[in-house]
Design a protein around this ligand. Structure first.
Ligand code: ADP
Ligand code: TRP
Length: 331
């Protein structure tokens, strides 16, 4: 049986953090054996908000290196850069003819960005969901692992697919959001304010590129309180988050000990954070070191990118052929 196509894109606009790792990357790694996976760096998308390209090459290399260091195997998945696949731009052009100005203007992420960069409301920003639909439909992907904030874009991709099929014939399946894991974790910010995120407080976000010392410093600063006053009481969410992090990187016995201490009101958060800091540093170090080594190995990165592009273009050109035929672009 043919494996289902899974696809996701990552914009090269920031460093990967623990939220990305436990909420997304770790699942991508688990998917790679069961599905036909396409993962790519969305460099064209980043131009809608980051027109300055001085750091672009470096960022693209880093995203690739971090993804491989987290366990994505370029031999198993198609790992490529969006701009290496010109077929995506062609499909983007066709879908643009099916997308209405009115519906694009209503997208909440567009409105947010207009507010954030009123001096640069470019057409690329408006048609961001069209490009994203082209990314997905070019491989006729059905499963798209993305966070909640991307659900509306996915719904638009489904609408565009349906509109295309209705007008030109059945070409595209309907892409759906995909949560591979049942135990979806959300990592909260260490200051207790919302989720860990690259756009929030940097000192409350642990990046995969942070060194041991910085990891220790951030964890020791994590928000706690004076401890529970009643046995077996419920944990406030910022305390729950410390336990979640411990459950992800520490030994089972370690976690159990602190759970018991908590339930007996004898917990010492200083000790717990010290232990967590050590275990977290031990967890992150090999990923960081591997990512740095890969990022410095430009020959290897070039090989990964050209292999990924070849795999992606094979699938993309097959789709474009069908698209052109069904549209009557065959002279
Ligand atoms: P950020 O919020 O840092 O900009 P993105 O929105 O680019 O991160 O998210 C990339 C992926 O990582 C998405 O699949 C998203 O659901 C996941 N993710 C991001 N932050 C967290 C978090 N704090 N906890 C769990 N998953 C997260
Ligand atoms: N828009 C996504 C984000 O900001 C990135 C992305 C671009 C994407 N193209 C995609 C995600 C296709 C999934 C599928 O995170």
């Amino acid at each position: 049986m043919q494996k289902e196509v899974v696809l996701s894109g990552i914009r090269p606009t920031g460093f990967l953090h623990l939220g990305n790792y436990f909420g997304a990357m770790r699942n991508y790694v688990r998917m790679q054996n069961e599905y036909n996976c396409y993962f790519f760096v969305a460099d064209w998308h980043s131009l809608t908000t980051h027109p300055d390209t001085k750091e672009l090459q470096n960022s693209v290399h880093r995203v690739l290196a971090e993804n491989i260091a987290c366990g994505l195997d370029p031999e198993k998945v198609s790992l490529y850069v969006q701009s290496d696949v010109p077929e995506i731009a062609e499909l983007y052009l066709y879908i643009n003819m099916l997308a209405y100005k009115g519906e694009l203007e209503k997208v909440p992420t567009f409105k947010d960005k207009v507010r954030l960069q009123p001096e640069n409301v470019n057409a690329g920003l408006l048609t961001y969901p069209v490009l994203m639909a082209a990314d997905i439909l070019i491989h006729r992907a059905v499963k798209v692992p993305v966070g909640k904030d991307q659900e509306q874009h996915l719904e638009m991709a489904r609408n565009f697919a349906e509109r295309f099929n209705h007008r030109y014939g059945e070409v595209f399946p309907q892409p759906k959001a995909f949560n591979f894991s049942h135990d979806l974790v959300k990592i909260m910010s260490l200051d207790g304010n919302g989720k860990m995120s690259k756009s929030e407080n940097q000192m409350a976000t642990i990046y995969l590129s942070d060194d041991d010392e910085l990891i220790r410093k951030k964890i020791m600063k994590a928000k706690t309180d004076s401890g529970p006053t009643e046995d077996n009481s419920q944990k406030p969410d910022y305390i729950e988050n410390i336990f979640t992090l411990m459950s992800l990187v520490s030994e089972e016995d370690t976690l159990k000990k602190f759970e018991e201490d908590y339930n007996k009101c004898s917990i010492r958060y200083g000790d717990m954070k010290k232990q967590l800091a050590e275990d977290m540093a031990k967890f992150v170090a090999p990923i960081r070191e591997k990512a740095t080594a890969i990022q410095n190995d430009k020959t290897y990165l070039k090989k990964v990118m050209s292999k990924g592009a070849a795999k992606a273009r094979e699938s993309a050109s097959a789709t474009i052929k069908i698209v052109r035929e069904s549209m009557g672009i065959k002279y």
